[in-house]
Write a protein that binds this ligand. Structure first.
Ligand code: GLN
Length: 483
């Protein structure tokens, strides 16, 4: 039962082959048995899951239908869930029970999903290996010694290990696409503004975007359908109609123009990954796509710009966690300053503190022009590069990551080494564009992802191209041994 995709579950439930309650009980038992090896969950919500499953079964018995009605999922632990711990992977929020549901959580619940729990993540979504979590690293089911990617590492590990068919994630600089790549999943970061950020604990507000992680593009389409749409409570949400993503999956890709940036294949890319990317290009050419070389000339400035802008926004967003209004409070403060200092010093981990310091520095008088303003200018240049490229091509293709999943601890002493892993993903966030990662093969038994980027609001195009690719390849069907 645990091998089923969301689409197969929807058919099984519609055909009354099993109930949502049966499926939910099976998956909860599987999580209890296997998650101790993976640490992919921060909290399990068995009671909520069983009551949602029973309610979904009752709705189906009353004649209701819907692809997500009775479908088990989990939420990254930065989506607020009413009455349930929402920790953001931090000691700061270890005892925080959200007073309301995030829009994404509420929309999915209304569509009938069953929440099995809250998944592990890098603290405040800062990281690429799930190693900064207060709750410990999540492990990659393809090799338990390796990271599952981050920051949505728990969602990725759980779905890859078949503990559940799909989960939510968020992507500020790659945190859906990168863990999807490192665990052999399909993950989609939507256009900025496509999915509501209301109730999603902010890291860098101008970059953050929620999206689906699943095994197939088809399942991402189903989950995105339940997440996307205008939300008046999020002032950056965009009032654009949501297409029927699943209905768009049949289109031929004959004549589709795919651009491959020459800058993607420089030093730093594992040559074995480069080969797999070339193989995926050939596959798409066989399906009728027309591939040409393009250029994104400002790509080399993306990491420095991102690692100014994201920490700058984070330093501002995280100022609310002061031990008074929100978050952990230290014991016996001697005065107000001591309370602030120790609550933040004890409540935040090292990576979060590093980013707050970098961000506050970049925003301070005298340095603002030299760092923050420069980074914003680069951001515009990067966006302009994409706009020019999309005048020539319909889609951009390349690797999702320069390397496969690294060994746990291998980058702990060198934060910049981890930042460099984001080189292919962060440009989409800086420009606000949608991006998808899908399985493209293996290196040393570890999964490799290929990334597709599209113009604004062309999530449907990304999903369809990935679906056509998955109809003709079987990388996405491979299951990690022991799971
Ligand atoms: N790895 C990037 C960072 O650490 C991206 C994280 C994310 O997308 N949340 O900022």
């Amino acid at each position: 039962m645990h091998q089923m995709t969301l689409a197969e579950i929807a058919r099984g439930l519609a055909d009354k082959k099993f109930s949502s309650e049966e499926l939910t009980r099976t998956l909860l038992a599987r999580i209890a048995q296997l998650d101790p090896q993976l640490n992919s969950f921060i909290s399990l919500t068995e009671d909520l899951a069983l009551s949602q499953a029973k309610a979904a079964d009752a709705r189906r018995a009353n004649g209701e239908s819907g692809a997500l009605l009775g479908a088990p999922i989990a939420h990254k632990d930065l989506f607020c869930t009413q009455g349930i711990r929402t920790s953001c992977g931090s000691k700061m929020l270890d005892n925080f029970k959200a007073p309301y549901d995030a829009t994404v959580v509420a929309k999915l619940a209304a569509a009938g999903t069953v929440t099995l729990g809250k998944t592990n993540m890098d603290e405040f979504a800062m990281g690429s290996g799930n190693e900064s979590s207060y709750y410990g690293v999540a492990r990659n089911p393809w090799n338990l010694e390796h990271v599952p990617g981050g920051s949505s590492g728990g969602s990725a590990a759980a779905v890859a290990a078949r503990l559940l068919p799909a989960a939510t994630g968020t992507d500020t600089g790659g945190s859906i696409r990168q863990p999807a790549a490192l665990t052999n999943l399909t993950g989609l970061k939507p256009t900025y503004g496509r999915v509501s950020r209301w109730g999603m604990i902010a890291y860098a507000s101008s970059l953050d975007q929620g999206g689906p992680l699943a095994r197939t593009a088809e399942d991402c389409a189903l989950l995105l359908q339940g997440m996307a749409g205008f939300d008046p409570q999020d002032s950056t949400s965009i009032d654009e109609p949501v297409p029927d993503y699943a209905a768009g999956l049949g289109a031929s890709i004959r004549g589709l123009r795919i651009g491959v940036p020459k800058e993607y294949f420089g030093a730093g890319l594992d040559p074995r990954i480069a080969e797999l990317i070339q193989a995926s290009i050939k596959e798409l050419e066989k399906l009728g796509a027309i591939v040409k070389e393009i250029s994104l000339p400002n790509m080399q400035h993306a990491i420095p710009a991102y690692y100014v802008i994201a920490p700058a926004e984070a330093s501002s967003n995280l100022s609310r966690f002061d031990g008074v209004r929100f978050g952990y409070r230290c014991e016996n403060p001697k005065d107000l300053t001591d309370l602030y200092k120790r609550s933040r010093g004890e409540g935040f981990g090292a990576e979060v503190q590093r980013r707050i310091l970098v961000g506050a520095y970049a925003l301070s008088a005298g340095y603002y022009d030299a760092y923050y303003l420069q980074a914003q200018k680069i951001r515009r240049l990067i966006k302009n590069d994409f706009m020019a490229a999309f005048n020539e091509v319909d889609l951009i293709l390349g690797p999702t990551t320069p390397n496969p999943a690294w060994k746990i601890g291998a980058k702990s002493s060198d934060p910049v080494a981890a930042y460099l892993e984001d080189v292919y993903t962060i440009t989409a966030n800086l420009a606000g564009l949608p991006g998808l990662s899908m399985p493209a093969g293996f290196v040393d038994g570890l999964p490799v992802g290929v990334q597709l980027l599209a113009p604004y609001f062309q999530e449907g195009r990304l999903l369809n191209v990935a679906h056509q690719y998955q109809l003709n390849t079987d990388w996405h069907t491979r299951t990690p041994e022991g799971f």
